[in-house]
Write a protein that binds this ligand. Structure first.
Ligand code: ATP
Ligand code: MG
Length: 247
């Protein structure tokens, strides 16, 4: 390494969570979770059912208040910001289960995504971009969202998040229940969004596919990070191979 490279500061994370503790009622489910996400990367969050992936995503998005710990985004503290204010800073959540309102049309759903004051002026441009990315949604723009297939609803949930013009997308199990072809579409899309400069944090149970597209990963078990590293290293790790890849 050259002296110049050594003197460069390490790339600072876009998102940094420190020692997050959170739970429901009296039950603690995140026991001090720290993670950082580099700009322009895909970070995958692995963990089996009940590990705390959704709780962590919701805490990052501001939908759940942590009991302790802190979250910084682009160098600024998010701790006092409500969920909608975090959307305004550039964080969009694609929730587990998609959370699509069945009675809204496709286009009405996308309009909801662009509701924020910063996103609304760009609505037409964002809509054109969403339809270019998802031609199937363009064909179905006047159809009610509830009549879409599971895969189409997942596209709609992602498109709705993009309408907010985020810098970071939190994707909570986007391929759950999708046919392999549709799951592949979602993983390809994640790569495409990274190429376009977006940053992604992806909770996934498809360990093989998600590690194949990710730059780094974290493994959450019972509310604690038990492993972290470069995606390639995790994919080769014997513990991952036996516990998560069934090898
Ligand atoms: N609304 C809730 N009220 C009480 N406990 C909850 C609630 N939601 C989740 N939990 C508990 O918190 C823990 C973590 O759940 P969480 O949904 O965050 O896990 P997950 O990793 O997303 O799981 P999955 O892969 O099944 O989506 C579990 O023990 C779960 O039972
Ligand atoms: Mg979950």
């Amino acid at each position: 390494m050259s002296a110049v490279a050594e003197n460069l500061p390490a790339q600072s994370p876009l998102l940094e969570a420190r020692d997050l503790v959170a739970g429901y009622g009296a039950i603690e489910v995140l026991h001090g979770v720290s993670l950082s996400v580099l700009p322009g990367s895909i970070t995958v969050l692995l963990g089996s059912n009940g590990a705390g992936k959704t709780s962590l995503m919701r805490t990052l998005a501001g939908l759940m208040a942590p009991w302790r710990g802190s979250i910084r985004f682009d160098g600024e503290s998010l701790d006092r910001l409500a969920a909608h204010e975090r959307v305004g800073r550039g964080i969009a959540l694609v929730p587990e289960g998609r959370m699509i309102f069945p009675h809204l049309t496709v286009e009405e759903t996308l309009r909801v995504g662009a509701y924020g004051a910063w996103a609304r002026p760009h609505f037409a441009e964002s809509l054109a971009r969403a339809y270019a990315l998802f031609p199937r949604l363009a064909e179905r723009r006047r159809q009610s969202a509830g009549a879409l297939s599971g895969g189409e609803q997942q596209m709609l949930a992602i498109a709705r998040a993009l309408m907010a013009r985020p810098r970071l997308i939190l994707l909570d199990e986007p391929t759950l229940g999708l046919a392999p072809k549709m799951a592949r579409f979602v993983f390809d899309l994640a790569r495409e969004l990274r190429s376009a400069g977006l940053t992604l944090l992806l909770a996934e149970q498809d360990v093989r596919m998600s590690l194949a597209i990710a730059d780094q990963g974290y493994v959450l078990e019972n509310g604690r990070i038990v492993m972290a590293g470069a995606a390639g290293d995790l994919a080769a790790d014997p513990r991952i191979r036996t516990s998560y890849l069934g090898l």
